[in-house]
Design a protein around this ligand. Structure first.
Ligand code: ATP
Ligand code: MG
Length: 449
């Protein structure tokens, strides 16, 4: 009773009794859920279990944004959930949950959990190593990161259950951690990244107490496993607000631990322009619902590191092409220590990079062969970005734009005079040197021989 009274007076204080918002006090309707989400919730509730839509989806609906996916929280254990559905799979080791497939949809169903901070469940920095202890719905709310991410929507009654003052915070457009910020960041430093990402994506202000420790604790990011960082980084880069988020990450001192040389790159005018152009292009594509490739993005974020390493090797007298491959390997290896870029992406990244020198070759059959390359489109887009930042000649991109659209006869006429590979090698490299000096372009002046 007193608790409930307190909760009313101090809406930000977590309680074990929720404030329940009836349908006439909030705008979320069950029709806004996917039919799969409704089916799975109904089935669980028919069996006598509690089942709610939770997290990002409820938050997005309250903010008037269309949710990407629907997650469910229930008091049924994974073993109780699985047999209720024809296609359901228990996944995850550290954090067991059930993926229920309905048509083409996958609904993630997780069992209410309690946070259990203690000596044997945290590392020496306070990072939570295990969170597989089931708990009550109130405990499940409390272990979540931000108040706005801890709201539960019951489709049957169209009520929202709020243990932490999340509805009030959404209305105030405020991002606030549940519980004491320093402890919560120590438990999981990724929450710092999430704070910056969600605030930028949703246009929310970070609450002062939530924001204050971030700069100070940024170095804790070093303890986060690289594979997890990749997941969060990918979300960040594909949010449609990548440019803004990266700016904010830098302002909060978080970028350093993620892409080690990003700060250095952004100090240089060329690098800054290149990454700005890349992120602006990606954000525009995401907002227009066009596909974006994470590999392309990571290729852009790391390109200027490759350039620096490559140019240094060339200055030492190394041959351009082997030096490029060497530089690519070095940069990807260094990056893997912080963010684990999956192998399949790495292969694409390397292709995009290694195709760049081939745009230089505009004689004989090489341009036609390059057009046929499966990564031509990505590599060409990449070249366009390089030109936009002033690192490659505009004329080169324009040539390739025309070449793609030209008829076979026009293409023939566009080709540069053929240079037999062996005989003219010397004079060609001299020409190329002159050409690169006159255009101010030095990076792409390698052949593929
Ligand atoms: P997005 O819309 O970008 O996916 P999200 O909030 O849904 O954002 P998810 O990673 O899908 O992010 O997480 C789902 C929910 O799980 C969150 O809403 C939050 O309640 C909880 N959660 C996620 N990450 C953490 C974390 N690091 N610590 C505590 N709770 C978390
Ligand atoms: Mg989500």
């Amino acid at each position: 009773m007193i608790r409930r009274l307190l909760a009313r007076l101090l809406p930000g204080l977590p309680t074990s009794t929720p404030r329940i918002y009836p349908p006439d006090r909030h705008p979320v309707r069950r029709e806004q859920l996917s039919s799969a989400a409704r089916t799975v919730t109904r089935r669980l509730q028919d069996e006598g279990f509690k089942a709610f839509i939770v997290g990002g989806a409820v938050r997005d609906l309250l903010l008037g944004i269309e949710p990407k996916d629907f997650d469910l929280a229930t008091d049924a254990t994974p073993e109780q959930v699985k047999p209720l559905f024809r296609r359901a799979f228990i996944i995850g080791r550290r954090f067991r949950l059930v993926h229920v497939h309905v048509g083409n949809d996958v609904i993630e169903v997780s069992t209410f959990r309690a946070a259990q901070a203690g000596n044997d469940t945290t590392d020496e920095h306070g990072r939570l190593l295990s969170d597989n202890v089931y708990g009550t719905q109130a405990e499940d709310a409390m272990r979540r990161d931000f108040t706005i991410n801890a709201l539960y929507f019951d489709p049957a009654t169209e009520t929202i259950w709020d243990y932490v003052g999340g509805v009030v915070d959404i209305r105030a457009r405020r991002l606030k951690l549940i519980g004491p910020p320093v402890t919560r960041y120590r438990e999981d430093p990724v929450r710092m990244l999430r704070a910056v990402r969600l605030a930028a994506k949703l246009g929310l202000a970070i609450d002062r107490r939530t924001e204050e420790p971030i700069n100070r604790l940024a170095s804790l990011m070093a303890n986060v496993p690289p594979a997890r960082l990749f997941d969060e980084m990918q979300k960040l880069l594909l949010s449609g607000h990548a440019a803004e988020t990266l700016r904010s990450l830098r302002a909060h001192g978080l970028s350093h631990g993620l892409l080690p040389l990003l700060d250095v790159i952004l100090e240089q005018p060329l690098g800054h322009k290149f990454i700005d152009a890349a992120l602006a292009g990606t954000d525009a594509r995401v907002r227009a619902d066009k596909g974006v490739s994470p590999a392309f993005l990571f290729a852009t974020l790391l390109w200027h590191e490759v350039l620096v390493t490559w140019n240094a090797a060339k200055e030492r007298g190394e041959r351009p092409l082997p030096a490029l491959f060497d530089a690519m390997d070095k940069v990807l290896e260094a990056q893997a220590q912080r963010i684990a870029i999956p192998r399949r992406f790495e292969a694409t990244i390397k292709e995009i990079w290694s195709l760049q020198p081939r745009f230089e070759q505009r004689a004989g059959t090489r341009p036609a062969r390059l057009l046929e390359h499966p990564r031509f489109r990505a590599a060409y887009d990449f070249l366009a970005l390089r030109a936009e930042s002033g690192e490659a000649p505009r004329e080169l991109v324009d040539w390739w734009t025309r070449f793609q659209e030209a008829t076979p006869e026009e293409r023939e006429a566009m080709l540069r005079p053929d240079e037999a590979p062996r005989k003219r090698r010397r004079s060609r490299s001299r020409n190329r040197k002159r050409h690169s000096e006159s255009t101010g372009e030095g990076a792409a002046a390698a052949g593929d021989e």
